[in-house]
Design a protein around this ligand. Structure first.
Ligand code: GTP
Ligand code: MG
Length: 235
């Protein structure tokens, strides 16, 4: 199995070395760090630690993931992972397992299914994620509890979904389109720790509120656009 790991970064010099060092080398074929305008040495540290660095000057988390996906070298599985050392790259087997065993097409690491340090995910982030996951469960069916960034998918499936969300929508588009297309989206528990370095997206209440509004409205809009395709299993 060829496994490509994509890591979006913007000024993660303090963390990126640890993230790369913790990836299990025997499971990973290539690591692509997609960097947006870091001025703290992140790309250099990433390259020194064995990653291929791709520059993406256009900002946006989803944009970085899409650019990384386009640059992968014919993988079987693609993994997305943040560069702030909140997720534990050593837990990669938890995400790969169900796909390799043929039980899942996409796996999502849930940060809310097990005990964690409270500061890792402040209450507003935990609440926003539970709310969005609950709405997806209710409208679309997959049994998910979180919209975590640490996730994996079969490369052919991700390509077939024609993902296009360049900002917050990235967190849900893969789940909604994957489920509607009949792919198996399976959640697995992962651990989560306070990030190293400064928050870029949802660390503040304002950031979380903006992300939550965008994501919740996308889930509802998408449902009304595609509801004929929703085949929810009976409760
Ligand atoms: N390439 C790229 N990476 C980004 C961009 N914005 C954020 N990132 C990276 O995406 C990952 C997630 O961003 P975070 O700031 O950790 O967002 P978050 O996890 O919602 O918020 P925290 O609670 O602060 O961790 C990190 O590795 C960031 O460096 C961007 O515009 N471009
Ligand atoms: Mg983070």
């Amino acid at each position: 199995m060829r496994v490509s790991v994509i890591i979006p970064t913007h000024n993660e010099a303090q963390a990126i070395g640890r993230v790369l060092a913790d990836l299990p080398p025997d499971l990973v074929t290539e690591v692509i760090v997609v960097d947006s305008n870091s001025n703290d040495g992140t790309p250099e540290i990433a390259a020194d630690n064995g990653a291929r660095v791709v520059q993406e000057p256009r900002r946006g988390y989803g944009r970085a993931c899409l650019t990384g996906l386009a640059k992968t070298n014919s993988p079987d599985i693609v993994v997305f992972l943040d560069g702030d050392y909140s997720d534990r790259p050593s837990e990669l087997p938890i995400l790969l397992g169900p796909i390799i065993q043929g039980h899942a097409d996409i796996t999502l690491g849930s940060r809310l299914r097990q005990q964690r340090i409270p500061a890792a995910l402040p209450w507003h982030q935990a609440f926003g994620n539970r709310l969005a996951a609950g709405l997806i469960r209710f409208l679309y069916g997959p049994k998910i509890s979180d919209l975590g960034p640490f996730r994996a998918g079969r490369a052919d499936v991700l390509r077939a979904l024609e993902l296009e969300e360049t900002t917050y929508g990235w967190a849900v588009e893969m789940i909604l389109k994957g489920t509607l297309a009949g792919f198996r989206v399976v959640e697995v528990p992962v651990s989560y720790y306070p990030r190293i370095g400064k928050s870029k997206i949802s660390g503040t209440l304002k950031g979380t509120a903006g992300a939550a509004w965008f994501i919740l409205s996308l889930i509802v809009r998408y449902y009304f656009r595609h509801r004929s395709a929703v085949t929810r299993p009976p409760v």
